[in-house]
Design a protein around this ligand. Sequence first.
Ligand SMILES: [Zn+2]
Length: 193
Amino acid sequence: MPHEIAPRSGTAFTLDLGQRLTVIDPRGQQVADLLAFNRADVREALSAGRTFDYASKIFLTRGDLLYSNRSNGMLAIVEDSVGRHDFLLTPCSKDTFRILYGDKDPHHGCFGNLAAALAPFGVEEDMIPAAFNCFMNVQVDGMSGALRVEPPMSKAGDRITFEARMDLVIGLTACSAPQSNNGSFKPIAWQVD
Ligand SMILES: [Zn+2]
């Protein structure tokens, strides 16, 4: 049975070398922010920049490998029923909601959820990088580089599966940003095989 992450919350857990993590969008149009850290040294973390360098593209799907800041493969994407995810943007945070949405009393966002869930593993706030945002649909204008966040293309039951290339600590959320999730907050499901 998959585990469920309640709307606007998050969790952290370990994933062993060779294990597969499947992230499921149970209702459709819901983003899940994913972080990975080397369990033996959590200063090694997912790196969007390294991954874009080696993939020579910014949209990643089945067959692509997510790299760390030390250029080691961390997670290979082995299945993907959606084909559109984001690896450009940081986890939504109090500041995201203050700066982008003008909220006076902002929600702590994925960043707050990830920081709380990852603290027991020794991950501090300043060690949290840009997340691999499962199902997040960011459209990029190729000439200007302008970004536009659109509703996810995921439908109920869609999923993406990663295979661990080292022993990892994973952080995972049901994203808290209205714009990312077409204006509603839904759960995320996950399972390890
Ligand atoms: Zn978020």
